[in-house]
Design a binder for this molecule. Structure first.
Ligand SMILES: [Zn+2]
Length: 269
């Protein structure tokens, strides 16, 4: 019988808050608890969450694993990233914006067929904490419908735009059956459009369990992957999807649970 384990980790980092604005991003320097949880039970629990992807036997659990995650796309640069991933037989997760999918259906279909994970980053990249309950629900469900119409698979995780969540958003996520995935390594590729800087920040910090937030709407990010992906592999890591990493390392992510923080980039300041 399948067993589930509970691992509940709260890390509350003491820090003050400030806010930085850019053309398309606002990130609050506010440390949040890192929560990783799964359901403790010996018997199956009825749940609206689609099952986690089957874990491929070729992923050795004993080998260190890293998840590259790409937000805000797809874009004209996504194909270049797919080329590099395919070349190195590696996988990543694309947190896509639903209203961009119509322009890049072939790209997303190719990404999915290569074994990459297509996850939800909202329909319009709106800040959930500023929306009504119904609008938040629409943002999540519309994006998932758009993804499913192309890949045939409805995601069970999403990343909130700007990393913005609160108790109300968590409650909605629980009801809809979604885990919330943030990150634990942020090279600030959206702010510093320089492939060398992105490369060095990632390679100086990457470790087993790293979930790296990137943005496939920037050419410099795609260019950085030319060195980042082979270098990560050379260091002995395997590149897996974020759901695979969460499943292997933490027994999955329950609906309404949050993985990661949106403040890990403060180290670059
Ligand atoms: Zn975003």
């Amino acid at each position: 019988m399948k067993k589930f384990y509970v691992l509940l980790i709260f890390i509350i980092l003491l820090a003050s808050c400030s806010t930085i604005e850019t053309d398309n991003h606002s990130i609050v320097h506010q440390y949040e608890p890192i929560v990783i949880a799964s359901v403790p039970t010996e018997t199956p629990i009825p749940t609206p969450i689609p099952p986690a992807p089957t874990l491929p036997p070729e992923i050795p659990q004993s080998k260190s694993m890293v998840a590259l995650t790409f937000d805000d796309g797809p874009s004209a640069h996504t194909e270049k990233i797919l080329d590099i991933l395919e070349r190195y037989d590696s996988k990543a997760t694309f947190f896509v914006v639903g209203n961009r999918l119509g322009l890049y259906q072939e790209t997303i279909l190719r990404a999915a067929k290569l074994g990459n994970e297509i996850a939800n980053h909202s329909q319009t990249h709106a800040r959930f904490t500023s929306l009504s309950d119904n609008d938040v629900i629409n943002e999540i469900q519309s994006a998932s419908s758009a993804i499913k119409s192309i890949t045939g698979i409805s995601p069970h995780i999403y990343r909130p735009p700007f990393g913005a969540t609160d108790e109300r958003i968590v409650n909605i996520s629980t009801e809809l059956g979604y885990g919330i995935v943030k990150w634990n390594l942020d090279p600030l590729d959206w702010r510093d459009r320089d492939a060398d800087i992105i490369y060095h920040r990632i390679m100086s910090q990457v470790e087993d369990g790293s979930v790296i937030v990137l943005h496939d709407i920037h050419l410099t990010t795609a260019q950085a992957m030319e060195r980042v992906i082979p270098s990560i592999i050379e260091k002995g890591f395997q590149l897996v999807t974020v759901s695979e990493l969460l499943d292997y390392r933490y027994g999955g992510l329950d609906a309404g649970s949050i993985f990661g923080s949106y403040c890990a980039w403060r180290i670059w300041e």
